[in-house]
Ligand binder design. Structure first.
Ligand SMILES: [Zn+2]
Length: 198
């Protein structure tokens, strides 16, 4: 079995990745945007039969990469309290960039079924997750939103990161006119992707 999904999490810990985070996730983004690799390579989750894999999502780890933001310790869903370690804007930015990178590397399409938050797993795949609400809150929100709506927003951000990466990987052209044209084209694509819903 190959890797076919990415599950997005927050750690419910502080802003730094601890040893438990490294055991449970393949990679973690800290509060300052620093990236920390987990103990297991994504490929360890090709099979979970040997017990050596990153256990990040209940009964949903086979073929699933687990990526996380170190954040949200002490946060409460209802009434909402973001606690002392909310997701930071820089952390979110690096996180969506990182998810885009993994999606490219492992050839995983950005759909509700294949790249989803922990909170979406129970709704989309009918696998019980015992009230997990990561990721239903993002910086700037007054309270948590519907898992699918927040998931759709995350997927849009990931798509626009992929469009940016595509622009960066295009060979530089000599004429500055052509450069500015390709920039405009890339930003148009990125705007389009932002409004495009699967
Ligand atoms: Zn989770």
């Amino acid at each position: 079995m190959s890797l076919r999904r990415i599950v997005m999490h927050w750690s419910a810990g502080g802003h730094t990745a601890n040893s438990s985070d490294k055991r449970h996730y393949h990679e973690i983004v800290e509060g300052d945007g620093n990236r920390v690799e987990g103990d297991h390579l994504p490929e360890a989750n090709n099979s979970t039969a040997d017990g050596r894999y990153a256990a990040h999502t209940r009964a949903f780890n086979t073929g699933a990469i687990g990526l996380s933001m170190a954040a949200m310790s002490g946060a409460k869903e209802r009434p909402f309290k973001k606690g002392k370690y909310p997701i930071t804007p820089v952390q979110l930015n690096v996180f969506v960039e990182m998810v885009a990178e993994y999606a490219d590397t492992y050839n995983i399409d950005i759909t509700r079924e294949t790249i989803l938050s922990h909170a979406e797993v129970e709704i989309t795949h009918d696998v019980k997750q015992k009230g997990k609400w990561d990721i239903t809150w993002l910086p700037g929100m007054v309270k948590p939103g519907h898992p699918i709506e927040v998931g759709d927003h995350l997927r849009e951000l990931i798509k626009s990161k992929q469009a940016e990466n595509f622009e960066e990987s295009m060979p530089k052209m000599a004429s500055s006119d052509i450069d500015s044209f390709s920039e405009k084209l890339a930003s148009h694509i990125s705007e389009f992707l932002k409004t495009y819903k699967t």
